[in-house]
Design a protein around this ligand. Sequence first.
Ligand code: TRP
Length: 344
Amino acid sequence: MTDQAPTPYAGPERVLSGVQPTGDLHLGNYLGALVKFSRLQHEIPTFIFVADMHAITAWQEPAKLKQQVREIAAAYLATGLDPKVATIFAQSAVPEHAELAWVFNCVARLGWLDRMTQFKDKAGKHKERESVGLYTYPVLQAADILAYKATKVPVGDDQKQHLELTRDIAQKFNNDFSAPGFFPLPEPLTQGPGARVMSLRDGTAKMSKSDPSDNSRINLTDDADAIAQKVRKARTDADPLPETVAGLEGRAEAKNLVAIYAALSGKPEADVLTEYAGQGFGAFKPRLADLAVSVMGPIGGEMRRLLADPGEIDRVLTDGAVRARELAAPTVAEVKKLVGFWAG
Ligand code: TRP
């Protein structure tokens, strides 16, 4: 007998993504994720949350966690997410995430989780000392996504494997509980002009909040002087800019700065090179610094304004959690029925 193709999900498209409140956001997060969130909100119903439940898979100081959540929410608002358009909330404010995660813990197989490279990278040699939560982190992530039956998930390349696991869980749930097409099989959205922003100190390493050198990244909260100085200090080579994108091959730092310029200006890289071909970095960097300050400066300013009086952020998160629950609760209630739970 041949396998029958699974019944496809026939519900509406939805976008969902989240960021962990575990450190300062930077230009890489802005171009790789936040810009996409604000663009998508106008195309498809969009749900963006702060992953405080994921954050505690590694120790977080309880007295600081709420403020860290506010900072991510401030970044969402400052980079253009509109709470009247998108639903913005904190993960821990919607208990359905945890409820669904438990059911998914019983759907996912140990063998699937054993393959997760992010766990292996984070745990290193001493996995027996890590929290169980870190191990089942991708199961909670699947619950985040499927509680809303989200179909599109804007994330970095490093999350592709977690999205594969999400699809495996969705498919196995639909099969095991004879609910064809109940959960969608969500796709990651990893493409885009700012998909891979590299360190300003090393064009072969991703821009990262864990890099010990603060000069390697532009933080969302950096002021104009800091932004301009980091661009001026960025590592480059001595050659002038080439005429074509192909001419950037093998010049990791040059390629990164051109890509950043293109993403920040909204122009294709080829157009940037047409404008600057033949010029050295002595001429290019001040232009890039001006551009970065003009785009990133106001974002930092808006974040500082929002955080100075967090009432507005807190209202957005409270209201967002109510709206998020309105969507997640009926799905999780249906899951409980399908599973045969006493309560539900
Ligand atoms: N794991 C994601 C990251 O580290 C954060 C995250 C948690 C997430 N839950 C999610 C992203 C659901 C997208 C959808 O970036």
